[in-house]
Design a protein around this ligand. Structure first.
Ligand code: SAH
Length: 399
C-alpha cells in the first residue's frame, strides 16, 4: 500500500473525530495538498500533531474519504479487513442461520466501520459494491479476508465510483468462484426473488425493504386491490399477491419492468394473467386512473430520489407532496398508502410534514399506522445517523 500521510484537522472538527465520526469531509482538513492518490492512508492529527484517527482518501459524493480506525498503530491490511468482516458476519448471525431468507446485507459501509464498501449475500454468492476508487485500492485485501472467512460459491462486484455514485457500464461484474445461475433464485421470508448479479447496476431487488414487504404481505393485503407505483421488478406486488391481494397493478416507466415483474410472479407460482403490469409514466397513469374513476385499497409509492424522463424531471424533495396528492385521489376511504423514500437529504420529520401537507391540501384526514427505517442488517452507527436514509410510512386514509 501507499505510505501514510499526515493531515491536520481543523480545530472545530477535532471533537467529532474523537467521538467516532466516520466521514472525512473536504472541509474538516486544513489542506489536502499532500494527497493526490486515491487509496492513500491518511492519519488525522490535531494541530499539536497528536493522532486522532486513521482513514483513506477516496472521493465520493459524500466526502473525501472514511475513517477506518482510531488506533495509531493499526495497519490497513488483510488482517484489518478480516476483523471488520468477521464482526459484521457475527452481527448478522441470525440472518445466516435463517433458511427462510437467503439474501441480506453482510457489511454496510460506515455502519460496519468500512465506509465506501458494502457486501451483500445472495444464497452463497457475495456482491461487493465499491463506492470510490480509493476503497477499490484495497480489493485484494478485502477479497482475501472475505474468502478466508466464508464458504462462498462465487463473488461479484459493482463499481460505482464516480462522485455521483454511478455504476461503471460495461463492467464485468464477475470476480471469482462459480458463476451464479441466471437467474439466481433467493428466498425472502419464504417467497422467491430472481436475482441477476451480472446485469447492470441493479440486481432485481432492494434488500432494505424486506420488513416493509413482509408487513404488506402479512397485515395489509388480504382481499385488497393493490397499486404499486415505480414498481421496478414488482417486489411489493409479489408480496401483496402472496398475502392474498385480489389483484395487483404494477406501474413502471422502464420497458424491462414488464418481463422482470412477470418473472417474479412466475417463480412464486402466482398467475400472471390475474395481475396487471403497466409500462407507463406514473403521472400519466394517475391522470388515466382518475379519468376512469379507478380506486385502490392499497397504493405503494417508492420513487427514485431523482428521475428524468422525456416529459418531466421528478425530485422527491420537491415533488413528494404532489405525488401523494395524486395518490390520495385514487385511494379508497380506509385504504392504505405505503409512502416510501430513500432520499438521504431529509429526515422522518420532514417526510411526515410532506404527508401532512398533502392530506391538508386534499382536505382529507389520515392516521399513521406504522413506520419503518432500515432493517438490522443495514447497520447504522450513532455517530453517523445520516446514513439512515430509508423512511417508510403506512398511512390510513380516513376520509
Ligand atoms: N419500488 C421498487 C424500486 C423502485 S426503483 C422496489 O421496491 O423494488 C425506481 C423505479 O422507478 C425504476 O424502476 C424506474 O424505472 C422507475 N421510474 C422512474 N421514474 C418513473 C416515472 N416517472 N414513472 C414510472 N416509473 C418511473
Amino acid at each position: 500500500m501507499y505510505k501514510e500521510i499526515d493531515l491536520i484537522i481543523k480545530p472545530r472538527c477535532i471533537d467529532e473525530y474523537k467521538d467516532g465520526y466516520p466521514l472525512i469531509s473536504k472541509e474538516s482538513i486544513t489542506s489536502w495538498d499532500k494527497v493526490s492518490k486515491e487509496g492513500t492512508i491518511i492519519n488525522l492529527l490535531d494541530n499539536k500533531k497528536k493522532f486522532i484517527a486513521k482513514g483513506y482518501y477516496g472521493k465520493q459524493n459524500k466526502g473525501f474519504g472514511w475513517v477506518l480506525s482510531t488506533k495509531k498503530e493499526e495497519k490497513i491490511d488483510v488482517n484489518y479487513f478480516k476483523v471488520r468482516i468477521n464482526d459484521a458476519i457475527e452481527y448478522r448471525k441470525n440472518f445466516f442461520e435463517d433458511t427462510s431468507t437467503t439474501a441480506f446485507r453482510v457489511l454496510n459501509g460506515e455502519g460496519d466501520r468500512v465506509g465506501g464498501l458494502t457486501i451483500d449475500y445472495f444464497d452463497g454468492f457475495y456482491l461487493l459494491t465499491w463506492y470510490s476508487l480509493g476503497i477499490y485500492q484495497f480489493k485484494e485485501e478485502v477479497l482475501e479476508a472475505l474468502k478466508s472467512l466464508t464458504e462462498y460459491k462465487g463473488i461479484y462486484q459493482k463499481r460505482r465510483f464516480d462522485t455521483k455514485g454511478q455504476y461503471l457500464e460495461g463492467d464485468n461484474d464477475f470476480v471469482c468462484g462459480e458463476e451464479s445461475p441466471k437467474p439466481l433464485i433467493v428466498k425472502e421470508n419464504n417467497e422467491n426473488f430472481a436475482i441477476y448479479l451480472d446485469d447492470g447496476p441493479m440486481v432485481g431487488v432492494f434488500l432494505d425493504q424486506r420488513e416493509v414487504r413482509k408487513t404488506i404481505r402479512d397485515k395489509y393485503s388480504a382481499n385488497k386491490t393493490v397499486l404499486n407505483t415505480f414498481s421496478y421488478t414488482g417486489a411489493f406486488s409479489v408480496f401483496a399477491a402472496c398475502g392474498g391481494a385480489l389483484k395487483t397493478t404494477s406501474v413502471d416507466l422502464a420497458n424491462r419492468s414488464r418481463a422482470k415483474t412477470k418473472e417474479q410472479f412466475e417463480i412464486n407460482n402466482i398467475n400472471v394473467e390475474e395481475q396487471e403490469i403497466i409500462v407507463q409514466d406514473v403521472f400519466d397513469y394517475f391522470n388515466f386512473a382518475v379519468k376512469k374513476g379507478f380506486k385502490f385499497d392499497m397504493v405503494v409509492v417508492d420513487p427514485p430520489s431523482f428521475a428524468r424522463s422525456k416529459k418531466r424531471t421528478f425530485s422527491v424533495a420537491k415533488d413528494y407532496v404532489k405525488l401523494l396528492k395524486e395518490i390520495i385521489q385514487i385511494t379508497n376511504k380506509d385504504g392504505i398508502i405505503v409512502a416510501s423514500t430513500n432520499c438521504a437529504n431529509f429526515g422522518m420529520v420532514t417526510f411526515r410534514d410532506f404527508i401532512s401537507k398533502a392530506f391538508k391540501e386534499s382536505h382529507k384526514k389520515y392516521k399513521i399506522e406504522e413506520s419503518f427505517s432500515l432493517p438490522k442488517d443495514f447497520k447504522v452507527i450513532d455517530e453517523y445517523r445520516e446514513s439512515s436514509y430509508l423512511k417508510v410510512v403506512f398511512i390510513r386514509k380516513l376520509s
